[in-house]
Design a protein around this ligand. Structure first.
Ligand SMILES: NC(=O)c1ccc[n+]([C@@H]2O[C@H](COP(=O)([O-])OP(=O)(O)OC[C@H]3O[C@@H](n4cnc5c(N)ncnc54)[C@H](OP(=O)(O)O)[C@@H]3O)[C@@H](O)[C@H]2O)c1
Length: 457
């Protein structure tokens, strides 16, 4: 079965968790030419508000009607793919059918991730938007003063860092919270952060405006001659309960625009498509070099998706927010690490009958639970105490008796605690010796009585 979050009712004002429901459905069946994907992460962004209000027209993503799941940037793993699609089970792909555990979509709607970025979840960042704004429309040149409004959000948390990497002389951000401001200055490339509508006092050359309204007005008022203001988002209107999210009126001083030759340029992804490949390559390099980070928050489980959106709108988080869909178990690398050993050892124990064959994902990957990890720890301890692989295999069906009190459960780190395994093994062997001795004595007695019966009188 599969689960998905659907819009239960069109929100009046801002969306809240009660506007959504989690529905269980059969895993969808792909038609010819379609791919079945098991989703791993999907993005939760304030931009959804516009789609959920039903007011979106002409936006890159469609409005969401009751009974439908919201679209969102998503990373998933291919379960089945049509012949000739170039996709194989296990491939990680980017697509837009989020807010559900499984998605079926045309092969051409799945973009293979490749290994350009060190962590698949980084493909859900909004750095591409920020990079396009700064390099294609903002014309950032080294030394420029850059203003990023909503500088701690999904776009802003990367925009400040990118501006810094591209040589900005000074980077100014805005946010609603002093705690976020501290983090923006410490980690996200900002020199100064204006909190809660604090006035802008410096002149700026480039603006990445995610907010509109007062923020945009202040940017125009403090723009240097020739400044480039890139309109990326309209959060102030988008998150205003009394507006639909699809209109963002603002009064600007046109005299300043004329006088200073200011450029106002809006764009909506994909903007300049040439920026995409360039961005992905640079992002990968910067992440690997440690030049920038991908600030993000992972919310575990589809049940928490609606709450996550509520928190994003409420300004609870810094960076991109993603829902992580957990697997019902651990992959071999994680299980081996949890048991303090290597994936190779796990496969060896399995081949030699010490471990039962593990469950498999749809794509054939081994999956281990807490119990298997505890079993591996028992095996390792028995081997460490001198039992042979054959010894342990011989009592494989009783190892579970040792699991509970041998070692800490996984998550508590690698085995360090000693246990009574050997004492109990010796006691079991003593009991076995006692049983066999008694049996031997009985057999001896039987043989003796038969021999006496066979003797001639
Ligand atoms: N043009 C494009 O192609 C493109 C692509 C992606 C996104 N966008 C747009 O860019 C904007 C930013 O997207 P995002 O993903 O970065 O957003 P986000 O992270 O989802 O935005 C959440 C943040 O918005 C801030 N916020 C909440 N209410 C606000 C208000 N009334 N005024 C100002 N800020 C408020 C809060 O930050 P603080 O607590 O720090 O204030 C909150 O943490 C959105 O409008 C989105 O639709 C455009």
């Amino acid at each position: 079965m599969s689960r998905e979050v659907r819009l239960a009712a069109v929100p009046e004002g801002l969306p809240r968790p009660e506007h959504f429901e989690v529905v269980t459905t059969p895993v969808p069946t792909p038609a010819a030419g379609e791919v079945l994907v098991r989703n791993r992460f999907f993005q939760v962004s304030a931009r959804l508000r516009t789609l959920l209000s039903g007011a979106a027209e002409g936006t890159p993503l469609p409005s969401v009607r009751p009974g439908e799941s919201p679209p969102s940037a998503t990373v998933g793993e291919v379960v089945t793919a049509p012949q000739g699609s170039g996709l194989r089970p296990g491939d990680l792909v980017f697509h837009w059918l989020g807010w559900r555990e499984h998605a079926v979509l045309p092969a051409e709607a799945c973009v293979p991730l490749g290994d350009a970025l060190p962590d698949p979840v980084a493909h859900l960042g909004s750095g591409w938007t920020a990079y396009t704004a700064l390099t294609r429309y903002g014309g950032l040149v080294p030394g420029d003063t850059v203003l990023v409004t909503a500088g701690a959000g999904g776009v802003g948390s990367l925009a400040g860092q990118i501006a810094r990497e591209l040589g900005a002389g000074r980077v100014i951000g805005t946010t609603g919270s002093p705690e976020k401001a501290d983090r923006m200055i410490a980690d996200l490339g900002y020199d100064i952060v204006l909190v809660g509508g604090a006035p802008l006092t410096e002149e700026v050359d480039v603006v990445v405006d995610n907010v509109g309204g007062d923020h945009l007005r202040a940017a125009v008022a403090h723009a240097r001659p020739g400044a480039r203001i890139v309109l990326v988002g309209t959060l102030a209107a988008q998150l205003a309960p009394h507006l639909s999210g699809a209109v963002a009126p603002v009064e600007l001083d046109a005299f300043q625009l004329v006088l200073k030759g200011i450029t106002l340029r809006g764009f909506s992804d994909p903007g300049d498509p040439s920026a995409k490949a360039e961005w992905t390559e640079r992002f990968g390099t910067w992440l690997r070099d440690g030049a920038i980070t991908f600030p993000h928050v992972r919310v575990p489980g589809i049940d928490h998706a609606a709450e996550a959106l509520h928190d994003v709108i409420g300004g609870k988080h810094v960076g991109t927010v993603v829902v992580e869909l957990q697997e019902d178990g651990m992959r071999i690398g994680d299980a081996a690490a949890a048991a303090g050993t290597t994936p190779r050892a796990l496969r060896f124990y399995e081949q030699r009958g010490l471990l039962p064959p593990p469950r498999r994902t749809r794509t054939g990957q081994r999956l281990y639970g807490e119990q298997e990890v505890a079993r591996v720890r028992v095996i390792r301890e028995l081997l460490a105490h001198g039992l042979t692989v054959e010894d342990v295999a011989a009592c494989a069906d009783r190892l579970h008796l040792l699991e509970d009190d041998v070692l800490p459960r996984y998550g508590e780190g690698v085995c360090t605690r000693t246990s009574g395994v050997v004492d109990r093994r010796i006691a079991a062997l003593d009991a076995e010796i006692g049983r066999l001795t008694a049996l031997r004595d009985r057999l001896d007695a039987v043989r003796g009585s038969r021999a006496r019966a066979a003797e001639p009188l």
